[in-house]
Design a binder for this molecule. Structure first.
Ligand code: SAH
Length: 205
């Protein structure tokens, strides 16, 4: 997967490549999807949701510029795969999911495979997770309609927010917002497709 899908598309952060090669993606999908786990595509995980494409996970992790000592918030736990990858790249990972069944499944998986620095919250990710703030990085794995306002106050100085934002349900632009001297600067990281972020800064159910 690394040689075929990640390195040719510009993933060159050694730590990201190592983390991607260590996490067994097939263990985060259902039995009938396992043979497809190493194709570079999103796969259904139930409740109309998907596990992100490996390239997208790697790309967001690389954009987050993680060195290993960060406190990270992931919005949209889903299968728990992205959180598992992040757990190898940062010191603490908080991940928030609105569907309780996903929290249950992901907790069981992450525990079974020993990803002990991941903390899963069931809540509305539009609000961030105040109790574990501030974060070095907030990564949003569902497509928003605008940048959720609560995130800024949950970010450390020099913190980054990696988030897909789009005016439609079906296509987004990925942005990196960086907090410098109290101001958020914005970089466009290209076009992507995510399932919708549900709620205040996203879309209705
Ligand atoms: N990172 C996940 C990708 C999951 S897809 C993985 O590796 O599998 C996006 C997830 O965001 C879905 O599970 C969806 O239920 C969740 N989501 C959507 N809106 C949300 C919200 N407002 N708060 C928390 N989670 C949300």
């Amino acid at each position: 997967m690394l040689a075929q899908h990640l390195q040719p598309r510009g993933i060159d952060d050694r730590r990201v490549l190592d983390a991607m090669s260590q996490v067994p993606r097939e263990k985060f999908v259902s039995l009938d999807q396992q043979s497809l786990a190493y194709n570079d595509c999103a796969l259904p995980i139930g409740y109309n949701q998907t596990i992100s494409q490996p390239f997208t996970v790697a790309y967001m992790c690389q954009a987050a510029q993680l060195k290993g000592d960060e406190n990270v918030l992931e919005v949209g736990t889903g299968s728990g795969y992205g959180a598992a990858v992040l757990s190898l790249l940062a010191s603490e990972v908080h991940t928030v999911e609105r569907i309780p069944e996903f929290k249950k499944q992901a907790t069981e998986r992450l525990h079974r495979f020993g990803y002990s620095n991941v903390h899963i919250h069931t809540a509305d990710g539009n609000q961030g997770v105040q109790e574990a703030a501030p974060y070095d990085v907030i990564i949003v794995t569902a497509g928003a309609a605008s940048l959720p306002e609560p995130y800024r106050n949950q970010l450390k100085p020099d913190g980054r927010i990696i988030i897909p934002i789009g005016t439609e349900h079906t296509g987004q632009t990925m942005y990196r917002f960086t907090l410098k001297n109290g101001e958020l600067s914005e970089e466009n990281l290209g076009a992507f497709t995510f399932v919708p972020l549900i709620g205040e800064y996203g879309w209705p159910v």
